[in-house]
Design a protein around this ligand. Sequence first.
Ligand SMILES: [Zn+2]
Length: 504
Amino acid sequence: MPLRLYNTLTRQVQAFTPLVPGQVSMYTCGPTVWNYAHIGNFRTFLFEDLLRRWLEASGFRVLHIMNLTDVDDRIIKEAGARHVSIREFTAPFAQAFFEDRDYLRIRPAHEYPRATEYVAPMIALVEGLLQRGTAYGGDDGSVYFAISRFPAYGRLSQLDRRELKTGASGRVSSDEYDKENAQDFVLWKAAKPEDEAVEAAWDAPFGRGRPGWHLECSAMALSLLERHGMGDVLDIHAGGVDLIFPHHEDEIAQSCAFTGRPEFARFWLHGEFLNVRGTKMSKRFGNITTPRDLKADGVDAGTLRLLMFQTHYRQKLDLTDDALAGAREGSRRLGDFDRRLREAAAEGGRPGDTEDFDRWSSTLEESVRQALDDDLNAPQALAAIFAAAREGNRMLDAGLRPQSATHVSTWGRLLEVFDLLPASPVGATIGRASLGATEPADLSEAPPADSADAEVWALGWARARLGAKGRRDYKEADRIRDLLKAAGWEIRDNKDGTVEVRRP
Ligand SMILES: [Zn+2]
């Protein structure tokens, strides 16, 4: 069975074959660099990373394009409030996005087009649409897309077309609008003084202004497809479910009206939400919502990747203390087995061992392939990997030895698709506490039995100890250190005034 993917366009799982055999063009909507990207955005980027890695592991050559939106309503507003240009305002957030990407071990895209560097192709696209009569100039000086001139409008999001309002009275000029408001959307916004103030205005034959958000992705995707000689239709376009409407619907309308093709992308893939604001989140994380917060809190990328991939990308996921503790344990277990397997292979095989490990690696390969080919069923693939680690441990216990070039390389190649082993194999830091954070009021002297509760408990005492040191109550600080030590926790004072709590 070949790779099958759920296509939002048809609401069906379909066999995936690219337009050009062996080559895949993939466009994924990137971050709007107006703040630090949320861990929920990164759930989508991680799902896309898994998709990319699986395509590559399956032998496809992938061209991956991810845009950075560096001009939109929010950016102009925020830059204006700070009296800086949009370029100055967005630069640190773009940099932060790349740092967060590297922390989460996401493979870099081949192209990261920035909207402000693709204004010329955007202008050309608007001109083309004006010539074809699918765009018109409004009395406000902006250019709009006429959805009544594009019969396929609403196909992706399956809007009931009777609800669509059209015409000059029903049009929208903001970058984001809700599902109840399907109407003519803005392609090019006439420049206002606040745009000029932050250097977000460009000259165009149809008036000075700046691109609308939806236009950016169409122009950048078409432009880069052309540059790479890959036609004008994408094989895969992916993003979060919140982008289906209006963003992706509008991308299709603009692109197809321009190219005359029935499709802009043949497969549309959408990842579900990550819930971090649920009640379950409050226990340890408080308001932690970005990868850099999690990194500062000592959370390993391997843990996060496992946590994300253990839920299918089309299902909602809650980020909770328990789930994180479970994923850390899982990542650690796979890391331990990985080390053991490699050490055993290095010791050299014995005659007669090969058969068991042959069967072991072919079962593993077959199960992972079947699961991931079935619309990226990562939870099932991971279950097969954990089962292989259990069985592999049993075989190693029995004195069997794997072969490096075959068994270990199969294991390594499949694990690489997920890339979820712990960065530091021993004594993982579970968290970092700093002074100023609220000192927990009622901490029991005895540690809770549940492992997630125990981490919250240990971090709570670490904060209490910082408070004690702040009051110069060193006796209490020492008592807390001993209390934690007795419960199996090690506390380390850092130069920056924070403390790390580790399980040695
Ligand atoms: Zn987009």
